[in-house]
Design a protein around this ligand. Structure first.
Ligand code: FAD
Length: 510
């Protein structure tokens, strides 16, 4: 058994920023941070566009950022939360800068501000098109300097330890030794990120399997808004490739436009904001165009742009396209929508507390009320930073707990029978295909019921297997993806208006 004052699960921006703050405030307390892959791997690392922060008060205002967030959320945001997050943003940005993250500046030394879909002003603070990598590296370096933070890579949290609705930590699998141990803590924080692998075709890396949301759900935590899955409208279309490379919204902010194969600009047919309409609208519009034409992708045209400046702002995007034979200066970039972000998750209050005592959730796995039905671009790194600060403030004021640890913690029976990895891969691919086809951008009642039947069948099969077989990370990821899929389907089915038809929101439902 390993004990610590704080157990943080996940090494993205949410988990690391909280760990740094707790460590500085309480040098005599210990913080264990477990993460299932290498310490850098996370959605955070891949964030391109940047962080939405009002910094130019001549041309922008908190009110405008609040308004943009509320409009994008389709009337389902929590206004108090939006207000709090937007007004906290400048302080959190300064903290990042103090921790060593560098952001692009203009020749006068002011922050260079990008613009993305749904934003009424230039307010996206960024580091070229690799903002997440810059942040992840800066905060990881900070965390590693702290003596009272123990970062354990390749440690996979399996399940939370909960007795009488109070969390005492988590069971953790050491991926290298295959040893499972209870990690007991006074406070546990889920910072496990996204769910993209549930759909397979996603911008998220392989670690995004919805583990935290599934663990929270099994522990009885209240989960909300899982129907609001954001599909990024523009990922590079590459035949046969499932891991989608993102062509940031900032590229459209820079002047690129969407076209059909025949060169028709179509976005103005769907929304007056055209190519800079919010993501849900652009994804749905592309989906409709593709269904109409039967083509596999639409195109992003950058050929009219100043390519020298383009390359300066988007070096990674330019090079990635080039690597597959597309020169953005001359060729149109083929793009399709892919799963990108989950707006819902483990429901938390304004202090990041879940409905389970001593359990907190932060970042993409949480549902704070900021995003409503659809996240405004570049509001998620911000949400993670603001809520890790809220949790820190709450824990800094909380009484120190002399936790009495529960007895009989060896809940995991060790079996000897091995689960075939071919079986797991096959089931995973079937689940992904099912979710993409029946619970994707456009959903309807019949298809959701079909998906639910299959997901529940798979869940039963996995439960049966778990009785007799050895626990592996891959098995648990599949189990967590299946639970996440069930939540998405059930919440989609529940989201009906009083007339019995689905509310037309981010998950456009027929
Ligand atoms: C391609 C891409 C571009 C994006 N661009 C932007 C952008 O420009 N602006 C913006 O605001 N947002 C952007 N986002 C979204 C944003 O990056 C994420 O929402 C945010 O980084 C989430 O941070 P997090 O700390 O909550 O989770 P993550 O950064 O995903 O970290 C989760 C961590 O938890 C670990 N973990 C998961 N399960 C377990 C487990 N069972 N046991 C142990 N560890 C576990 C993971 O390994 C990982 O370390 C983008 C996302 C992607 C994928």
């Amino acid at each position: 058994m390993k004990t610590s004052n704080y157990l943080i699960i996940g090494s993205g921006v949410a988990g690391l920023s909280l760990a740094i703050k707790l460590s500085e405030k309480f040098p005599d307390r210990n913080i264990t941070l477990v993460t299932k892959s290498n310490e850098e791997e996370s959605n955070t690392k891949y964030a391109q566009g940047g962080i939405a922060v009002v910094t130019n008060f001549f041309k922008d205002s908190f009110e405008k950022h609040i308004e943009d967030t509320l409009i994008c959320g389709g009337g389902l945001c929590d206004k108090e939360v939006v207000d709090m997050v937007v007004k906290n943003a400048p302080e959190r940005l300064n903290e990042l800068i103090q921790w060593g993250a560098a952001f692009d500046r203009n020749t006068q030394g002011n922050l260079h501000l990008g613009k993305e879909g749904g934003h009424s002003a230039h307010r996206i603070v960024h580091h070229k098109d690799q903002t997440g990598k810059e942040i992840e590296q800066a905060i990881l370096a900070q965390a590693k300097r702290k003596e009272n933070i123990c970062v354990l890579e390749y440690h996979f949290a399996l399940d939370l330890i909960v007795r009488n609705n109070r969390c005492y930590g988590a069971y953790v699998l050491n991926e290298k030794t295959e040893d499972i141990q209870p990690f007991v803590s006074d406070f546990t924080i889920l910072a496990t990120g996204g769910i993209g692998q549930v759909y397979g075709h996603t911008t998220n890396p392989p670690v995004a399997t919805g583990d935290g949301i599934a663990m929270g759900s099994r522990a009885g935590a209240f989960i909300r808004d899982m129907e609001f899955i954001q599909f990024h409208p523009t990922t590079l279309y590459e035949n046969g490739i499932t891991a989608a490379f993102l062509i940031s919204e900032a590229v459209r902010g820079f002047g690129a436009c969407l076209q059909t194969k025949s060169g028709e600009r179509f976005m103005l047919k769907y929304d007056a904001r055209g190519d800079l309409a919010p993501r849900d609208i652009v994804s749905q519009s592309i989906d409709m165009e593709l269904k109409k034409s039967g083509e596999p992708c639409v195109f992003m045209d950058c050929t009219h742009l100043d390519i020298k400046t383009f390359k300066h702002h988007f070096p990674m995007i330019y090079e990635r396209c080039k690597s597959v034979g597309i020169d953005a200066a001359k060729d149109k970039i083929p793009v399709v929508p892919a799963q990108h972000y989950v707006c819902g998750g483990i429901s938390v209050n304004i202090n990041g507390e879940t409905s389970v005592k001593h359990l907190f959730a932060c970042g993409e796995c949480s549902r704070t009320g900021l995003h409503g039905a659809n996240r405004l671009a570049s509001n998620s790194l911000l949400e993670a930073l603001v809520y890790s600060h809220r949790i820190y403030n709450y824990l800094a004021a909380a009484r120190s707990h002399q936790t009495k640890f529960p007895k009989n913690l060896s809940a995991y029976k060790i079996n000897t029978q091995h689960i075939s990895s071919d079986f797991i891969l096959k089931q995973k691919k079937e689940l992904q295909a099912l979710m993409l086809r029946y619970a994707g951008i456009v959903r309807n009642d019949d298809e959701l019921h079909h998906a639910k039947k299959n997901v529940v069948r798979l869940q039963k099969e996995l439960e049966h297997i778990a009785q007799t077989h050895n626990i592996t990370k891959e098995f648990f990821e599949l189990k967590n993806m299946t639970e996440t899929a069930r939540l998405i389907i059930e919440h989609s089915l529940q989201r009906k208006n009083s007339a019995g038809t689905f509310v037309k929101q981010a998950c456009l439902i027929q």
